[in-house]
Design a binder for this molecule. Structure first.
Ligand code: NAP
Ligand code: 8YV
Length: 330
């Protein structure tokens, strides 16, 4: 049985403080401010057997760590981790599915209502004393009533959003690369066709090459002038300049965004627009859910270094058949 306190884990950059504290009390943790490990000695680099991180892992970092066995990603989305590259080298990647699904779906529905019913602007109206001085906040042009919602990415989170929206009495359709056999919502194999069929498009798909700029000018045009875009997936899935143009010229009506192409940089043009509601990537950001994510990061590392299979390996590692330890007792 491996003594986990002898196992060296690199934790680069920001990490949830409670998770970091548990990592530090369980493993031998090496901290670096970012992904540059040039300040670590050769011995320190050679000792690293695991990475626990939120964000990205450059291929060069993987190449620089000869003893690396596992990358435990703090987050379900692992578009910042070259999982296929790691798998080729026999390095396991894990993520944090399921434990954040309900929180993120709650946020998506909240963001949808905030965007349609202009709640942030209505609240500002009250706080600025304008209700008292000028009277009631104007009636909103938009409502959830009668809306037809399309979901790009009907996976764990997309389905949790759909189930919530069923209770709101709206019609639902979706686009994935493959249809699901367990739902009766209308399936559209083409994203632009989904956008044409609905007036509200919610993105809950992963980032990465397969979804890069999938929501482009043509999809926004198909969504139409009553159209509302909600993105809680990844910013890279939306062509941001095309979205800004569409919001400015009335191609679509409004957008609610929790994620952006180049976080934490949000284009000034998006911030200046009145028909946007912008959140700083907070969909899973409660103490409750972040603790559950951190616990799963730790459970994956503990399982691996105790000689067991990781709890939640990503699909690239499962397909590569590398979820068992490379060498027992290593
Ligand atoms: P999931 O269960 O794997 O669902 C992903 C869904 O997207 C699947 O239905 C998949 O269906 C579909 N999809 C994948 N690639 C696609 C493509 N190229 N085109 C169209 N559809 C595609 O993942 P999840 O747990 O629901 O998480 C989804 C994503 O949400 C994460 O990857 C992450 O980026 C994002 N997220 C954001 C936050 C936040 O804080 N804003 C929090 C958590 C998660 P097919 O395989 O059939 O295409
Ligand atoms: C977190 C997320 O904000 O799980 C994801 O994919 O985007 C979010 O839950 C992020 O992972 C924290 O680093």
């Amino acid at each position: 049985m491996t003594d986990l306190s002898t196992v060296t884990i690199l934790v680069p950059g920001k990490m949830n403080p409670d998770t970091l504290a548990t990592l530090q009390s369980t493993f031998s943790v090496v901290r670096t401010p970012g992904r540059d490990i040039s300040d670590l000695s050769d011995d320190q680099q050679a000792a690293i057997r695991g990475i626990a991180q939120a964000g990205s892992v450059p291929e060069a970092l993987i190449d620089a760590l000869p003893g690396l066995e596992i990358i435990a990603n703090f987050g379900v989305g692992y578009d910042g981790v070259p999982a296929a590259y790691a798998a080729e080298k026999g390095i396991v990647v894990t993520n944090t599915p399921d434990v954040l699904t309900e929180e993120v779906a709650d946020t998506a529905v909240g963001l949808l209502l905030m965007t349609l019913r202009e709640f942030p602007a209505a609240e500002r109206h009250l706080r600025e004393g304008r209700w008292h001085r000028e009277g009631a906040y104007p009636l909103t042009q938009m409502t959830l009533r009668g809306r037809h919602v399309g979901i790009m990415g009907l996976g764990r989170i997309g389905l949790a959003i759909a189930r919530r929206l069923e209770a709101f009495g709206v019609e639902i359709a979706y686009h994935n690369r493959s249809p699901r056999s367990d739902v009766s919502y209308a399936y559209h194999p083409d994203l632009a066709a989904l956008a044409s069929a609905v007036d509200t498009l919610i993105i809950a798909a992963p980032g990465g090459a397969s979804t890069e700029k999938a929501v482009d000018a043509a999809v926004l045009k198909a969504l139409g002038p009553q159209g509302v875009l909600i993105n809680i997936g990844r910013g890279t899935t939306v062509d941001e300049p095309a979205l800004i143009a569409a919001l400015k010229d009335g191609t679509i009506a409004a957008a609610g965004l929790d994620v952006f192409e180049d976080e934490p940089h949000v284009p000034e043009e998006l911030i200046a627009l009145e028909n946007t509601v912008l959140l700083p990537h907070v969909a899973s950001a409660s103490r409750h859910t972040r603790k559950a994510m951190g616990d799963l990061v730790i459970a994956n590392l503990e399982a691996w270094f105790s000689g067991k299979e990781p709890v939640t390996p990503v699909s690239e590692c499962v397909s590569a058949g590398i979820t068992c330890r490379k060498s027992a007792g290593a």
